[in-house]
Write a protein that binds this ligand. Structure first.
Ligand SMILES: NC(=O)c1ccc[n+]([C@@H]2O[C@H](COP(=O)([O-])OP(=O)(O)OC[C@H]3O[C@@H](n4cnc5c(N)ncnc54)[C@H](O)[C@@H]3O)[C@@H](O)[C@H]2O)c1
Length: 286
């Protein structure tokens, strides 16, 4: 049984993570800005609320005093904490660079980057004081790995989140506190301002894996990294995206150099002078 905090815990990936933790027997403190979503969360898990396994707090992750109170309140209620999942985010500023207002850029970073920093900072303070070690997971995005996978400010802020986990992972390792990033790919949640159908079409074009990304796919990785037995994994990044980032922009398919399209197999010896041994694949080959 772990005592874990999840920001943005009332929707999408955060909600699936809260559910998975409760199923595992953890005690969970869910933080969210949206009071209606928090009320729905409490209604969904009314039994867990009643027996003290789920507590909630309405807070903006970019508001340091409020976050310090919320995290401290969970620690008081649970007799300490074992970690935090910094998951809350917004899409933020959209549109061309030349039209982006600096206040929208800053507001995006306030939630996506500063919110994660504040969550790590105040969880780490408690974990260091407890001397127990802990698990911190920050939710990044494939947009932080590759361009053209999200709005500009969001993408740059998510790249900062990925590096934050490495930098703070290095600093907190001597305290036995693991810090990792989980990068979702295209996941069907309310954050994507498209209909589920449109998103499914997008998956088919962008993603090699044939199944749509669901919040539970990401939650599985978060659950793994918040298991105390996996803390030796730290300052690391796990991408949960059905292969999008690994495959990139399918250059071979776009340029016609992907041999899978041409029904051939064999060996290309390059410019060594040895002739290529390339043949048409047998119809029976898989
Ligand atoms: N869904 C995707 O395809 C996808 C892809 C890559 C990364 N992500 C990341 O996954 C995480 C979860 O996204 P999701 O898709 O579940 O989104 P979601 O919109 O379903 O849930 C996000 C939750 O965060 C809360 N939140 C937003 N701003 C907040 C703030 N300032 N303070 C406190 N709570 C706040 C919202 O109220 C909401 O409940 C985010 O970090 C997001 O950037 C999602």
């Amino acid at each position: 049984m772990s005592r874990l905090i999840v920001t943005g815990g009332a929707s999408g990936i955060g909600l699936a993570t809260v559910r998975g933790m409760l199923d595992r027997g953890d005690r969970v403190g869910a933080i969210d800005l949206n009071p209606a979503s928090l009320a729905a969360l409490r209604a969904t898990f009314a039994d867990a609320v009643a027996d003290g396994r789920l507590a909630t707090a309405q807070a903006d992750v970019s508001d340091e005093p409020r976050m310090e109170r919320a995290i401290g309140g969970f620690a008081d209620a649970f007799g300490g904490i074992d970690g935090i999942v910094n998951n809350a985010a917004i899409g933020g500023a959209i549109g061309p660079l030349v039209d982006t207002r600096v206040e929208d850029w800053d507001a995006t970073f306030a939630v996506v980057t500063r919110g994660v920093f504040i969550g790590v900072k105040h969880a780490a303070r408690l974990l260091i004081a407890q001397g127990t070690g802990g698990s911190i997971v920050n939710i990044g995005s494939i947009a932080g790995l590759i361009a053209d996978a999200g709005p500009q400010a969001y993408s740059v802020a998510k790249a900062a989140v990925i590096h934050m986990s490495r930098v703070f992972g290095a600093e907190l390792a001597p305290h036995g506190i693991a810090v990792n990033t989980v990068n979702p790919g295209l996941i069907e949640t309310p954050i994507n301002p498209t209909s589920a159908r449109r998103t499914r079409d997008d998956f088919a074009r962008a993603q090699p894996w044939p199944e749509a990304g669901r919040p539970e796919h990401v939650a599985r990785a978060v659950l793994f990294l918040t298991d105390p037995a996996t803390r030796f994994i730290t300052a690391e990044t796990v991408t949960v995206d059905g292969g999008i980032a690994g495959v990139g922009h399918r250059l071979g398919t776009l340029m016609g150099t992907n041999s899978l399209q041409h029904g051939v197999a064999g060996m290309n010896y390059g410019t060594t002078g040895r002739a290529a041994d390339i043949h048409t694949r047998r119809a029976s080959a898989p």
